[in-house]
Design a protein around this ligand. Structure first.
Ligand code: SAM
Length: 252
C-alpha cells in the first residue's frame, strides 16, 4: 500500500507504536527491514521531507499484543531500547512487530520449541539483528541461559496449562527486579470446563504466589474469545521505610 502524501501516520500513546490515519485507522510499527513484509501484512510508506519511512500494518486478529493495545492497556512496557524475553514465538508474527518497536537498541529473545515455526522464526531473524531466536522448551531455561541477558520485560503466549510456572522459572533466571510481565491466558488451554473468569482468577493467584504483582487485566474481545492479558511488575523494589517496618514486625 502506498501511503504517499495521503496517509498520515501519528505516534500512538505507547512509544514505538503508530497509527496510520486512513479510511479506517490501523495500528502500525515502523518497518526495520524496508521493502519486506514478514507474513503478508500490508506496508505503508510515507514521505517525510527527503526521507521515506515504511510502516507495517499490525492486525489485532493475528496478534494478541496488538489486540491488547487496541483494548486500551495502560502500560505496555515494550518500548524502544527494551530487552524482551518472548515465550511462545511461533513463526514470529508478533515477534517481528516487537522487533520493530524495540528497534536497533533493543533485543527480542524469542523462544519457540516447535521446529517447523522455529525455522520461519530463524529465517526472519537473519534480517533482523535485534532478534535472538531460541529453539528450546521454555520449561528448561537453563538450556538457553548462555544466550539471554537480564531483560526488562517477559511476554508469554505459550498456551499451556502450566504457563504460570513456565513464566515464573524464566523470570527467576532473566527478569530484573522491578521488570514487567505480559501474559496472554487462553482459558480453554488451562481448563476447558470452568468458566473463563474463574480460570483467569486462578491464574492471577498463581502469579501472585510467584512474586508477580498483576496491575492490569483485560479480555481480548472482540479479537479473541475467552482470552485475557495480565500485565504487571515482578518483585517491585520496596518503598523507603517498608523494609524497616517489616523487620520491626518480625522482631515482635
Ligand atoms: N505469540 C505467537 C504470535 O503472536 O505470533 C503465537 C503463539 S501460539 C498461541 C503458542 C506457541 O507457543 C506455539 O507456537 C507453541 O509451539 C509454543 N509453545 C508452547 N509450549 C511451549 C514451550 N514449552 N516452549 C516453547 N514454546 C512453546
Amino acid at each position: 500500500m502506498k501511503g504517499g502524501a495521503k496517509v498520515i501516520v501519528e505516534p500512538h500513546r505507547h512509544e514505538g507504536i503508530f497509527i496510520a490515519k486512513q479510511k479506517e485507522d490501523v495500528l502500525v510499527t515502523r518497518n526495520m527491514v524496508v521493502g519486506e513484509s514478514v507474513y503478508g501484512e500490508k506496508r505503508i510508506s510515507v514521505e517525510q521531507g527527503d526521507q521515506k519511512i515504511e510502516y507495517r500494518v499490525w492486525n489485532p486478529f493475528r496478534s494478541k499484543l496488538a489486540a491488547a493495545i487496541l483494548g486500551g492497556v495502560d502500560n505496555m512496557w515494550i518500548k524502544p531500547g527494551a530487552k524482551v524475553l518472548y515465550l511462545g514465538a511461533s513463526a514470529g508474527t508478533t515477534v517481528s512487530h516487537v522487533s520493530d518497536i524495540v528497534g536497533p537498541a533493543g533485543t527480542v529473545y524469542a523462544v519457540e520449541f516447535a521446529h517447523r515455526p522455529g525455522r520461519d522464526l530463524i529465517n526472519m531473524a537473519k534480517k533482523r539483528p535485534n532478534i535472538v531466536p531460541i529453539i528450546e522448551d521454555a520449561r528448561t531455561p537453563q538450556k538457553y541461559r548462555m544466550l539471554v541477558d537480564m531483560v526488562d520485560v517477559i511476554f508469554a503466549d505459550v498456551a499451556q496449562p502450566d504457563q504460570a510456572r513456565i513464566v515464573a522459572i524464566n523470570a527467576a533466571y532473566f527478569l530484573q527486579n522491578g521488570g514487567h510481565f505480559i501474559i496472554s491466558i487462553k482459558a480453554s488451554c488451562i481448563d476447558s470446563t470452568s468458566d473463563p473468569t474463574a480460570v483467569f482468577a486462578r491464574e492471577v493467584k498463581k502469579l501472585q504466589e510467584a512474586d508477580f504483582k498483576p496491575r492490569e487485566q483485560l479480555t481480548l474481545e472482540p479479537y479473541e474469545r475467552d482470552h485475557a492479558v495480565v500485565i504487571g511488575v515482578y518483585r517491585p523494589p520496596k518503598k523507603a521505610g517498608e523494609e524497616t517496618k517489616e523487620k520491626e514486625k518480625k522482631k515482635k
